[in-house]
Design a binder for this molecule. Sequence first.
Ligand SMILES: [Zn+2]
Length: 378
Amino acid sequence: MLAITNCTLVMKDHYIPNATILTENGKIVDFGKKLTIPDGAEILDAQGLFVGPGLIDIHTHADGDTYFHDDPVKCSDTLLRHGVTSVLPALFYSMNKQEHLDAIKKYRSAIAEGKCQNIIGVYMEGPYLNPDFGCDKEKNVWKDAIVEKDYAEVVEAAKGFAKVWCVAPEREGILDFVKYVKKEIPEIVFSVAHSEATPEQIEALMPYGLKLGTHHTNATGTLENYPEVRGVCVDETVNYNNDIYAELICDSMGVHVHPYMIRLVKKIKGQDKIILIADSFVADGPPLPGLEEAFDINFDWGGDIAGSKLTLDIACHNMMIHTGGSVCDVFKYASTNPARLLSLCDRGEIAKGNRADLVMVDYEFNVKHVILGGEQIN
Ligand SMILES: [Zn+2]
Protein backbone atom coordinates (compact mmCIF):
# COMPACT_ATOMS: atom_id res chain seq x y z
CA MET A 1 0.00 0.00 0.00
CA LEU A 2 1.14 3.53 -0.82
CA ALA A 3 -0.03 6.56 1.16
CA ILE A 4 0.52 9.97 -0.39
CA THR A 5 0.21 12.46 2.44
CA ASN A 6 0.15 16.23 2.79
CA CYS A 7 -1.29 16.88 -0.66
CA THR A 8 -4.00 18.94 -2.28
CA LEU A 9 -6.20 16.52 -4.17
CA VAL A 10 -7.52 17.80 -7.48
CA MET A 11 -11.10 16.62 -7.82
CA LYS A 12 -13.41 17.19 -10.79
CA ASP A 13 -14.64 20.62 -9.68
CA HIS A 14 -12.88 21.29 -6.40
CA TYR A 15 -9.85 20.64 -4.22
CA ILE A 16 -9.36 18.68 -1.02
CA PRO A 17 -6.45 20.35 0.80
CA ASN A 18 -4.31 18.71 3.49
CA ALA A 19 -5.37 15.31 2.21
CA THR A 20 -4.08 11.78 2.02
CA ILE A 21 -4.68 9.27 -0.76
CA LEU A 22 -4.20 5.52 -0.39
CA THR A 23 -3.47 3.11 -3.24
CA GLU A 24 -3.25 -0.67 -3.20
CA ASN A 25 -2.97 -3.30 -5.95
CA GLY A 26 -2.89 -0.60 -8.60
CA LYS A 27 -6.09 1.11 -7.50
CA ILE A 28 -7.17 4.08 -5.41
CA VAL A 29 -8.63 2.62 -2.23
CA ASP A 30 -9.37 5.72 -0.18
CA PHE A 31 -8.73 9.45 0.07
CA GLY A 32 -9.71 12.36 2.26
CA LYS A 33 -8.66 14.74 5.01
CA LYS A 34 -8.54 12.60 8.11
CA LEU A 35 -7.43 9.17 7.03
CA THR A 36 -5.73 6.67 9.26
CA ILE A 37 -2.67 5.38 7.48
CA PRO A 38 -2.56 1.60 7.80
CA ASP A 39 0.53 0.08 9.42
CA GLY A 40 3.20 -0.89 6.95
CA ALA A 41 2.07 1.52 4.24
CA GLU A 42 4.82 3.17 2.25
CA ILE A 43 4.54 6.93 2.73
CA LEU A 44 5.20 9.61 0.13
CA ASP A 45 5.05 13.10 1.60
CA ALA A 46 3.74 15.38 -1.16
CA GLN A 47 4.86 18.49 0.72
CA GLY A 48 1.79 20.40 -0.36
CA LEU A 49 1.85 19.48 -4.07
CA PHE A 50 -1.32 19.03 -6.08
CA VAL A 51 -2.19 15.39 -6.79
CA GLY A 52 -4.43 14.85 -9.82
CA PRO A 53 -5.43 12.01 -12.13
CA GLY A 54 -2.79 10.84 -14.62
CA LEU A 55 -2.75 12.79 -17.88
CA ILE A 56 -4.28 11.24 -21.00
CA ASP A 57 -2.85 12.35 -24.35
CA ILE A 58 -5.13 11.09 -27.10
CA HIS A 59 -3.15 12.62 -29.99
CA THR A 60 0.62 12.77 -30.26
CA HIS A 61 3.10 11.42 -32.79
CA ALA A 62 6.37 11.81 -30.92
CA ASP A 63 8.06 12.72 -27.66
CA GLY A 64 9.58 15.93 -29.02
CA ASP A 65 12.48 14.42 -30.95
CA THR A 66 11.58 10.80 -31.77
CA TYR A 67 8.51 9.35 -33.47
CA PHE A 68 6.52 6.78 -31.52
CA HIS A 69 6.70 4.33 -34.43
CA ASP A 70 10.50 4.60 -34.49
CA ASP A 71 11.01 3.99 -30.76
CA PRO A 72 7.80 3.34 -28.85
CA VAL A 73 9.62 2.38 -25.64
CA LYS A 74 11.59 5.64 -25.47
CA CYS A 75 8.57 7.80 -26.33
CA SER A 76 6.32 5.99 -23.89
CA ASP A 77 8.89 6.42 -21.13
CA THR A 78 9.51 10.12 -21.83
CA LEU A 79 5.82 10.85 -21.76
CA LEU A 80 5.32 8.86 -18.58
CA ARG A 81 7.89 11.02 -16.83
CA HIS A 82 5.85 14.03 -17.94
CA GLY A 83 2.76 12.63 -16.23
CA VAL A 84 1.15 11.03 -19.28
CA THR A 85 -0.13 7.74 -17.87
CA SER A 86 -2.34 6.97 -20.90
CA VAL A 87 -1.46 7.80 -24.50
CA LEU A 88 -2.70 7.09 -28.00
CA PRO A 89 0.24 7.35 -30.40
CA ALA A 90 -1.11 8.89 -33.60
CA LEU A 91 -0.62 7.26 -36.98
CA PHE A 92 -0.90 9.70 -39.85
CA TYR A 93 -1.66 10.37 -43.48
CA SER A 94 1.92 10.24 -44.76
CA MET A 95 2.23 6.60 -43.72
CA ASN A 96 1.30 4.09 -46.42
CA LYS A 97 -0.61 0.87 -45.76
CA GLN A 98 2.46 -1.15 -44.79
CA GLU A 99 3.70 1.57 -42.44
CA HIS A 100 0.29 1.62 -40.72
CA LEU A 101 0.41 -2.16 -40.29
CA ASP A 102 4.01 -2.14 -39.06
CA ALA A 103 3.38 0.60 -36.47
CA ILE A 104 0.31 -1.12 -35.03
CA LYS A 105 2.20 -4.43 -34.84
CA LYS A 106 5.14 -2.75 -33.12
CA TYR A 107 2.93 -1.19 -30.41
CA ARG A 108 0.98 -4.39 -29.83
CA SER A 109 4.18 -6.45 -29.44
CA ALA A 110 5.78 -3.92 -27.09
CA ILE A 111 2.67 -4.02 -24.88
CA ALA A 112 2.60 -7.83 -24.99
CA GLU A 113 6.20 -7.79 -23.72
CA GLY A 114 5.15 -5.65 -20.76
CA LYS A 115 6.65 -2.43 -22.14
CA CYS A 116 4.91 0.84 -23.02
CA GLN A 117 2.39 0.43 -20.22
CA ASN A 118 0.86 3.82 -20.90
CA ILE A 119 -0.01 3.05 -24.55
CA ILE A 120 -3.70 2.19 -24.51
CA GLY A 121 -4.39 2.13 -28.25
CA VAL A 122 -3.85 4.28 -31.33
CA TYR A 123 -5.26 7.46 -32.84
CA MET A 124 -5.78 7.14 -36.59
CA GLU A 125 -5.09 10.59 -38.06
CA GLY A 126 -6.18 9.52 -41.52
CA PRO A 127 -5.77 8.07 -43.96
CA TYR A 128 -8.79 9.70 -45.62
CA LEU A 129 -8.29 13.41 -45.03
CA ASN A 130 -8.47 16.38 -47.40
CA PRO A 131 -5.00 16.68 -48.98
CA ASP A 132 -5.54 20.43 -49.39
CA PHE A 133 -5.48 20.98 -45.64
CA GLY A 134 -2.11 20.29 -44.12
CA CYS A 135 -1.53 16.76 -45.31
CA ASP A 136 0.96 16.45 -48.12
CA LYS A 137 -1.08 17.62 -51.08
CA GLU A 138 1.48 16.34 -53.60
CA LYS A 139 2.64 13.14 -51.95
CA ASN A 140 -0.49 11.98 -50.09
CA VAL A 141 -0.78 8.30 -50.98
CA TRP A 142 -4.41 8.17 -49.86
CA LYS A 143 -5.77 10.93 -52.09
CA ASP A 144 -7.38 8.63 -54.68
CA ALA A 145 -10.83 7.05 -54.42
CA ILE A 146 -11.69 5.35 -51.13
CA VAL A 147 -11.90 1.61 -51.80
CA GLU A 148 -12.28 -1.27 -49.39
CA LYS A 149 -9.32 -3.25 -50.66
CA ASP A 150 -7.01 -0.38 -49.63
CA TYR A 151 -8.26 0.02 -46.07
CA ALA A 152 -9.67 -3.38 -45.02
CA GLU A 153 -6.33 -4.73 -43.81
CA VAL A 154 -5.58 -1.61 -41.77
CA VAL A 155 -9.02 -1.72 -40.12
CA GLU A 156 -8.51 -5.41 -39.36
CA ALA A 157 -5.12 -4.72 -37.74
CA ALA A 158 -6.58 -1.84 -35.72
CA LYS A 159 -9.52 -3.82 -34.29
CA GLY A 160 -9.74 -3.48 -30.54
CA PHE A 161 -6.81 -1.05 -30.58
CA ALA A 162 -7.81 2.07 -32.52
CA LYS A 163 -9.79 4.42 -30.28
CA VAL A 164 -10.18 7.48 -32.54
CA TRP A 165 -10.49 7.53 -36.33
CA CYS A 166 -10.13 10.83 -38.21
CA VAL A 167 -11.94 11.55 -41.44
CA ALA A 168 -12.56 14.45 -43.80
CA PRO A 169 -16.34 14.14 -44.18
CA GLU A 170 -16.29 15.77 -47.63
CA ARG A 171 -14.27 12.92 -49.19
CA GLU A 172 -16.31 10.98 -51.73
CA GLY A 173 -17.19 7.54 -50.39
CA ILE A 174 -16.44 8.44 -46.76
CA LEU A 175 -19.81 7.20 -45.48
CA ASP A 176 -19.12 3.64 -46.65
CA PHE A 177 -15.73 3.80 -44.93
CA VAL A 178 -17.25 5.12 -41.70
CA LYS A 179 -19.91 2.40 -41.73
CA TYR A 180 -17.26 -0.25 -42.34
CA VAL A 181 -15.07 0.94 -39.45
CA LYS A 182 -18.09 1.25 -37.16
CA LYS A 183 -19.12 -2.33 -37.94
CA GLU A 184 -15.63 -3.68 -37.24
CA ILE A 185 -14.82 -1.41 -34.25
CA PRO A 186 -18.16 -0.45 -32.64
CA GLU A 187 -16.56 1.59 -29.84
CA ILE A 188 -14.61 3.84 -32.25
CA VAL A 189 -14.84 7.64 -31.92
CA PHE A 190 -14.74 9.50 -35.25
CA SER A 191 -13.13 12.91 -35.53
CA VAL A 192 -13.30 15.59 -38.21
CA ALA A 193 -9.75 16.42 -39.28
CA HIS A 194 -7.80 18.19 -42.04
CA SER A 195 -11.08 19.08 -43.66
CA GLU A 196 -13.23 21.74 -45.26
CA ALA A 197 -16.53 19.93 -44.84
CA THR A 198 -19.83 21.74 -44.52
CA PRO A 199 -21.77 21.57 -41.25
CA GLU A 200 -24.24 19.20 -42.97
CA GLN A 201 -21.48 16.81 -44.04
CA ILE A 202 -20.02 16.72 -40.54
CA GLU A 203 -23.32 16.44 -38.69
CA ALA A 204 -24.33 13.55 -40.97
CA LEU A 205 -21.56 11.49 -39.34
CA MET A 206 -22.54 12.28 -35.74
CA PRO A 207 -24.99 9.34 -35.50
CA TYR A 208 -22.04 7.04 -36.30
CA GLY A 209 -20.00 8.41 -33.42
CA LEU A 210 -18.32 11.57 -34.69
CA LYS A 211 -17.74 13.54 -31.52
CA LEU A 212 -14.34 15.15 -31.83
CA GLY A 213 -12.71 18.00 -33.75
CA THR A 214 -9.01 17.26 -34.39
CA HIS A 215 -6.66 20.14 -33.50
CA HIS A 216 -9.56 22.57 -33.54
CA THR A 217 -8.97 25.66 -35.70
CA ASN A 218 -5.85 24.11 -37.30
CA ALA A 219 -5.78 22.75 -40.87
CA THR A 220 -9.45 23.45 -41.45
CA GLY A 221 -11.13 25.29 -44.33
CA THR A 222 -13.30 28.38 -44.31
CA LEU A 223 -15.77 27.83 -47.21
CA GLU A 224 -16.54 31.44 -47.93
CA ASN A 225 -19.56 31.47 -50.22
CA TYR A 226 -19.52 35.18 -50.97
CA PRO A 227 -16.69 37.67 -50.95
CA GLU A 228 -16.39 39.51 -47.64
CA VAL A 229 -18.84 37.17 -45.91
CA ARG A 230 -17.39 34.73 -43.44
CA GLY A 231 -18.35 31.17 -44.31
CA VAL A 232 -19.19 28.28 -42.03
CA CYS A 233 -17.11 25.15 -42.05
CA VAL A 234 -15.38 22.77 -39.64
CA ASP A 235 -14.50 25.19 -36.82
CA GLU A 236 -18.02 26.59 -36.68
CA THR A 237 -19.55 23.09 -36.63
CA VAL A 238 -17.30 21.96 -33.79
CA ASN A 239 -18.12 25.12 -31.87
CA TYR A 240 -21.83 24.78 -32.54
CA ASN A 241 -22.42 21.17 -31.53
CA ASN A 242 -22.41 20.60 -27.78
CA ASP A 243 -21.67 16.91 -28.27
CA ILE A 244 -18.40 17.50 -30.13
CA TYR A 245 -15.18 17.76 -28.10
CA ALA A 246 -12.52 20.19 -29.32
CA GLU A 247 -8.83 19.29 -29.28
CA LEU A 248 -6.50 22.22 -28.67
CA ILE A 249 -2.75 22.43 -29.23
CA CYS A 250 -1.69 24.93 -26.63
CA ASP A 251 1.89 26.08 -27.28
CA SER A 252 3.67 28.76 -25.29
CA MET A 253 3.41 31.53 -27.89
CA GLY A 254 -0.11 30.67 -29.01
CA VAL A 255 1.07 29.88 -32.54
CA HIS A 256 -1.12 26.83 -33.25
CA VAL A 257 -4.10 28.51 -31.66
CA HIS A 258 -4.04 32.20 -30.86
CA PRO A 259 -4.58 32.81 -27.13
CA TYR A 260 -7.66 34.89 -27.90
CA MET A 261 -9.06 31.97 -29.91
CA ILE A 262 -8.24 29.59 -27.03
CA ARG A 263 -10.23 31.82 -24.69
CA LEU A 264 -13.08 32.03 -27.20
CA VAL A 265 -13.18 28.25 -27.61
CA LYS A 266 -13.12 27.83 -23.84
CA LYS A 267 -16.09 30.16 -23.56
CA ILE A 268 -18.06 28.39 -26.28
CA LYS A 269 -17.24 24.76 -25.52
CA GLY A 270 -17.25 25.06 -21.75
CA GLN A 271 -15.23 23.11 -19.20
CA ASP A 272 -16.32 19.63 -20.28
CA LYS A 273 -15.59 19.61 -23.99
CA ILE A 274 -12.01 20.85 -24.29
CA ILE A 275 -9.25 18.29 -24.73
CA LEU A 276 -5.63 19.37 -24.65
CA ILE A 277 -3.29 17.40 -26.91
CA ALA A 278 0.45 17.55 -27.52
CA ASP A 279 0.40 16.63 -31.24
CA SER A 280 4.16 16.41 -30.94
CA PHE A 281 5.96 15.79 -34.23
CA VAL A 282 9.52 15.53 -35.51
CA ALA A 283 10.71 18.14 -38.02
CA ASP A 284 13.86 20.18 -38.12
CA GLY A 285 13.05 23.06 -40.41
CA PRO A 286 14.20 26.60 -39.56
CA PRO A 287 11.91 28.69 -37.34
CA LEU A 288 9.73 31.20 -39.13
CA PRO A 289 10.75 34.83 -38.75
CA GLY A 290 9.50 36.18 -35.44
CA LEU A 291 9.09 32.71 -33.96
CA GLU A 292 12.72 32.05 -33.02
CA GLU A 293 11.65 31.84 -29.36
CA ALA A 294 9.01 29.19 -30.00
CA PHE A 295 10.80 26.30 -28.29
CA ASP A 296 7.75 24.04 -28.18
CA ILE A 297 6.78 23.93 -31.86
CA ASN A 298 8.22 22.31 -35.00
CA PHE A 299 8.78 23.83 -38.42
CA ASP A 300 9.04 22.00 -41.73
CA TRP A 301 11.33 22.96 -44.63
CA GLY A 302 8.48 24.51 -46.60
CA GLY A 303 8.07 27.50 -44.27
CA ASP A 304 5.20 26.08 -42.26
CA ILE A 305 4.56 25.06 -38.69
CA ALA A 306 4.60 21.25 -38.35
CA GLY A 307 3.12 20.11 -35.05
CA SER A 308 4.62 20.72 -31.66
CA LYS A 309 7.46 19.68 -29.41
CA LEU A 310 5.04 19.69 -26.49
CA THR A 311 4.33 17.19 -23.81
CA LEU A 312 0.92 17.43 -22.20
CA ASP A 313 2.19 18.87 -18.90
CA ILE A 314 3.69 21.82 -20.78
CA ALA A 315 0.42 22.25 -22.71
CA CYS A 316 -1.39 22.41 -19.34
CA HIS A 317 1.03 25.08 -18.12
CA ASN A 318 0.52 27.09 -21.33
CA MET A 319 -3.26 26.74 -21.06
CA MET A 320 -3.17 28.19 -17.54
CA ILE A 321 -1.15 31.14 -18.80
CA HIS A 322 -3.33 31.80 -21.87
CA THR A 323 -6.68 31.49 -20.12
CA GLY A 324 -6.05 32.27 -16.47
CA GLY A 325 -7.33 28.76 -15.76
CA SER A 326 -6.57 26.80 -12.61
CA VAL A 327 -4.75 23.54 -11.95
CA CYS A 328 -8.22 22.05 -11.45
CA ASP A 329 -9.36 23.30 -14.89
CA VAL A 330 -6.45 21.89 -16.83
CA PHE A 331 -6.63 18.46 -15.16
CA LYS A 332 -10.13 18.38 -16.60
CA TYR A 333 -8.91 19.19 -20.12
CA ALA A 334 -5.98 16.77 -19.96
CA SER A 335 -7.44 13.86 -18.02
CA THR A 336 -11.17 13.88 -17.22
CA ASN A 337 -12.44 14.98 -20.64
CA PRO A 338 -10.27 12.64 -22.72
CA ALA A 339 -11.29 9.76 -20.43
CA ARG A 340 -14.97 10.62 -21.02
CA LEU A 341 -14.45 10.91 -24.78
CA LEU A 342 -12.95 7.42 -24.89
CA SER A 343 -15.44 5.97 -22.34
CA LEU A 344 -12.58 4.98 -20.04
CA CYS A 345 -14.45 4.33 -16.81
CA ASP A 346 -11.44 3.55 -14.61
CA ARG A 347 -9.43 6.78 -14.94
CA GLY A 348 -9.67 10.53 -15.55
CA GLU A 349 -10.59 11.48 -12.00
CA ILE A 350 -9.73 10.66 -8.43
CA ALA A 351 -12.29 8.11 -7.26
CA LYS A 352 -12.25 4.95 -5.18
CA GLY A 353 -11.67 1.92 -7.38
CA ASN A 354 -10.09 3.93 -10.21
CA ARG A 355 -6.60 3.08 -11.46
CA ALA A 356 -3.91 4.58 -9.25
CA ASP A 357 -2.53 6.70 -12.10
CA LEU A 358 -1.58 9.94 -10.41
CA VAL A 359 0.54 12.96 -11.20
CA MET A 360 1.92 15.38 -8.64
CA VAL A 361 2.46 18.96 -9.79
CA ASP A 362 3.23 22.36 -8.34
CA TYR A 363 1.11 25.47 -8.90
CA GLU A 364 2.72 26.06 -12.33
CA PHE A 365 2.05 22.49 -13.40
CA ASN A 366 5.66 21.35 -13.14
CA VAL A 367 5.52 17.56 -12.76
CA LYS A 368 7.29 16.38 -9.61
CA HIS A 369 6.18 12.74 -9.24
CA VAL A 370 4.25 10.24 -11.35
CA ILE A 371 2.46 7.11 -10.15
CA LEU A 372 1.39 4.50 -12.72
CA GLY A 373 -0.91 1.72 -11.51
CA GLY A 374 0.22 2.41 -7.94
CA GLU A 375 3.96 2.23 -8.83
CA GLN A 376 6.03 5.34 -8.34
CA ILE A 377 7.79 6.16 -11.64
CA ASN A 378 9.65 9.28 -10.58
ZN1 LIG B 1 -3.01 16.83 -37.94
